[in-house]
Design a protein around this ligand. Structure first.
Ligand SMILES: O=P(O)(O)OC[C@H]1O[C@](O)(CO)[C@@H](O)[C@@H]1O
Length: 364
C-alpha cells in the first residue's frame, strides 16, 4: 500500500502530461450534445472521487452535476428523467477496474433510459466499456491490492482537468482563470513528493497515539467532504476500526454525544468557507475533556487563521482550496497504511475464504 502511495506524485505528473487522452473525448461530448446535467456514479473510492468531481464541474463548467452511488441513481434519479431530459443528461460511470457490478448496472440503466453514458476506467477492455457510448481512459494503472489509493488521487486530478477543459471550451471559465489553475496544478504536482514526506513525518511524530485509535471521526466542509468520506473508507477497510465522516457542522448535531477518550477526531481545515468554525470544534472536544485526540489538518493559511497545536498537521506551503483534496487525503492514507504495518495487518491480502460479489469479471 505504501508503495502505491509513494508512487502517487509520479502518477499525477503522468496524468497531467496525458491530459489530452481523457479531456478530448469529454470535450467532444460537450461540443456535440446539449448537456444540461451530469451524474457521476461509482462505488467505494470511485464514488468518493465523484463527490469532488461533481462540484468541480459545477464550479468550472457551470453545469448541474451530482455524485450518486449507482443503486440510488437507478432507484431514485432515473425516475426524474423524461425522455427529453434524458437526452440532455450525461451519466459518467467511474470504475477503476471496470468491473463493479453496481456501476456497470448504472450506466446500462442510464443508456436504456436514453442518457448519454460514459465510462471512466483504467481497464479499456472491461465490461463497463461495452455498456457506454464512450470509454475514457483513467490513467492510474492497475493496483494489485484491494485498497485503492493511487487510483483515488488520479481520479480526482483527471476529473478536475476534465472540468477545467469543459469550462474553457464552453466559455464558462475565463481563459485567465483556466491558465492560473493549470499553473497551480503544475506547481502542486511538482512538489507532491515533498508534501507526502511532510505527511509521513507528521504520522511518525504521532504514531504511538495513532495506533491506539479505537474509533475515528473525520469532519470537513466544502470540497473536502469527499476527503472525509474517503478517509472513513480507507481507515475502515484497512485498520478495521469504526470511523465516521461528517460535514463538519453536522458532527455537533448529535454524533458528538457518542465520542469519548478513545475517539480520534480529525478536523480538515481547508482554506474554504467554514475554516473559521474549525476552532469551535477543536475547543469543544478539548475544553470539555471529551477526548484529547483531536487533530487539525491544514496548511500555512490554516496556521494563520487557527492556533495549531504541536500534534496538528500543517503543510508548510499553501494548498489552493480547489486542489486541497489531492493533499488532504494523504494523512488518512498514511495512517491507514502505517497503522496496519504497526499492528501486523497485511493490506495487500484479501480476506481469506470470503468471496465478494461486488465485482464481476465476465458476462457469466
Ligand atoms: O473503482 P472500482 O474498480 O469500480 O471499485 C470500486 C470499489 O470496489 C472495491 O474494489 C471493493 O469492492 C473498492 O476497493 C473500490 O473502492
Amino acid at each position: 500500500m505504501m508503495g502505491y502511495m509513494r508512487d502517487q506524485g509520479r502518477a499525477l505528473r503522468d496524468t497531467f502530461a496525458r491530459r489530452e487522452e481523457f479531456c478530448a473525448p469529454m470535450r467532444d461530448l460537450f461540443a456535440s450534445h446539449e448537456i444540461e446535467q451530469v451524474y457521476f456514479i461509482g462505488s467505494g473510492t470511485s464514488y468518493n472521487a465523484a463527490l469532488y468531481i461533481a462540484p468541480c464541474f459545477e464550479r468550472l463548467a457551470k453545469v448541474f452535476a451530482v455524485a450518486e452511488v449507482p443503486t440510488r441513481f437507478i432507484d431514485m434519479r432515473l425516475a426524474t428523467l423524461t425522455p427529453e431530459r434524458a437526452r440532455k443528461t450525461l451519466v459518467v460511470g467511474i470504475s477503476q477496474s471496470g468491473t463493479s457490478v453496481s456501476t456497470v448496472a448504472g450506466v446500462r440503466a442510464a443508456r436504456e433510459a436514453g442518457c448519454l453514458a460514459v465510462a471512466v476506467t483504467d481497464a479499456m477492455e472491461s465490461l463497463i466499456t461495452r455498456e457506454v457510448d464512450v470509454a475514457v481512459k483513467l490513467t492510474c494503472g492497475v493496483e494489485l491490492i484491494p485498497v485503492e489509493t493511487r487510483g483515488y488521487v488520479v481520479t480526482l486530478l483527471e476529473g478536475l482537468l476534465m472540468a477545467l477543459d469543459a469550462g474553457l471550451t464552453s466559455g464558462a471559465l475565463p481563459c485567465e482563470d483556466h491558465g492560473r489553475i493549470m499553473g497551480q496544478i503544475r506547481e502542486l504536482i511538482e512538489r507532491y513528493d515533498d508534501v507526502f514526506d511532510e505527511v509521513e513525518a507528521w504520522y511518525d511524530a504521532n504514531a504511538a497515539d495513532f495506533v491506539t485509535m479505537e474509533r475515528g471521526a473525520i469532519a470537513a466542509y466544502g470540497l473536502n467532504f469527499a476527503t472525509a468520506v474517503e478517509g472513513e473508507l480507507k481507515l475502515g477497510e484497512t485498520f478495521k476500526r469504526p470511523v465516521s465522516s461528517y460535514e463538519m457542522e453536522e458532527m455537533i448535531h448529535g454524533p458528538q454525544m457518542a465520542f469519548d477518550g478513545g475517539t480520534f477526531v480529525f478536523l480538515i481545515a481547508s482554506n474554504e468557507h467554514g475554516i473559521d468554525r474549525v476552532p469551535l470544534f477543536s475547543s469543544f472536544f478539548l475544553d470539555n475533556k471529551i477526548t484529547s485526540n483531536v487533530y487539525v489538518i491544514g496548511d500555512a493559511s490554516a496556521a494563520a487563521a487557527i492556533e495549531l497545536r504541536e500534534c496538528d498537521l500543517c503543510i508548510s506551503e499553501e494548498i489552493p482550496a480547489l486542489l486541497s483534496p489531492l493533499v488532504y487525503t494523504l494523512p488518512f492514507q498514511v495512517i491507514a497504511a502505517k497503522n496496519c504495518i504497526a499492528v501486523g495487518i497485511d493490506t495487500a491480502k484479501r480476506p481469506e475464504g470470503k468471496r465478494s460479489f461486488a465485482h464481476v469479471y465476465s458476462e457469466d
